[in-house]
Write a protein that binds this ligand. Structure first.
Ligand code: AP5
Length: 216
């Protein structure tokens, strides 16, 4: 069985948490466009500076940049790439380009899953989120704390908050989600391929629901 999955959802809906677990279970690459940008920023240089201008303000990175990164990733991963995309596509332009990339490789449309959570919960989750600088493992100060404060359970790396995890930035990210990414939800809904999962549930249940859909 081939696995090609797209996880959609508002900021902090749990896309990254589910994608990481799914990647281990299915042994399929987890591709987070947000994480790719954060790594580019950490490496420094002009590309990182350019992406940072948008991300730190909670705005979307321009479509042409995102589409080029995803196309390059697909080109580097053989003729029948398997993936779990987390945070892509986020605009209708990106979704159209992605459809073309799939068609050009004779691949059917991926399994598209929307993780739904209300806005108040996304803010609570974002303000407590901690991530490992080393292995990118995710924690939450209240809902999913590490065993030792500030230290990653998995690799011992330092846990930090993301630069774009402020209340003001989250509100801006939610606005962009409503204005642009909901169009992607409609895009897949019209094509009859969108499935929904209740992201208010605990992590294990969200994961179980996503896995059942992906395997069905
Ligand atoms: P990105 O990194 O994709 O940010 P996002 O979409 O805002 O999503 P998050 O990473 O904030 O949240 P998540 O849904 O992965 O939740 P998580 O699992 O971490 O993008 C960042 C920026 O990059 C964008 O703003 C944009 O500028 C740019 N960008 C990226 N892709 C782009 C694109 N395609 N086009 C244009 N620009 C792009 O969970 C959150 C917290 O909640 C964690 O602490 C976790 O432990 C906890 N948690 C998770 N699930 C549960 C649960 N079920 N119960 C309780 N707690 C939970």
């Amino acid at each position: 069985m081939s696995y090609r999955v797209v996880l959609l959802g508002p900021p902090a809906s749990g896309k990254g948490t589910v994608a990481a677990a799914l990647s281990v279970t299915l042994q399929v690459a987890h591709v987070s466009t947000g994480q790719l940008f954060r790594e580019t920023i950490r490496r420094g240089g002009l590309a990182g500076q350019a992406a940072r201008q948008f991300i730190d303000k909670g705005q979307l990175v321009p479509d042409d940049v995102v589409i080029a990164i995803v196309r390059e990733w697909l080109d580097d991963h053989g003729t029948k790439p398997e993936f779990i995309f987390d945070g892509f596509p986020r605009t209708v332009t990106q979704a159209d380009a992605f459809d073309e990339m799939m068609a050009a490789r004779s691949l059917t449309r991926p399994t598209v899953i929307l993780i739904e959570v209300p806005a108040e919960l996304t803010i609570e989750r974002i303000l407590g989120r901690l991530g490992c600088v080393n292995c990118a493992a995710l924690y939450h100060a209240e809902f999913d704390p590490p065993r030792q404060a500030g230290v990653c359970d998995k690799c011992g790396g330092r846990l930090v908050r993301r630069a774009d995890d402020t209340e003001a930035t989250v509100r801006e990210r939610l606005r962009w989600y409503t204005d642009l990414t909901l169009g992607v939800v409609s895009h897949y809904e019209r094509a009859g391929g969108l499935q929904r999962v209740d992201g208010r549930q605990g992590k294990q249940q969200v994961f179980a629901d996503v896995l059942r859909i992906v395997k069905s």
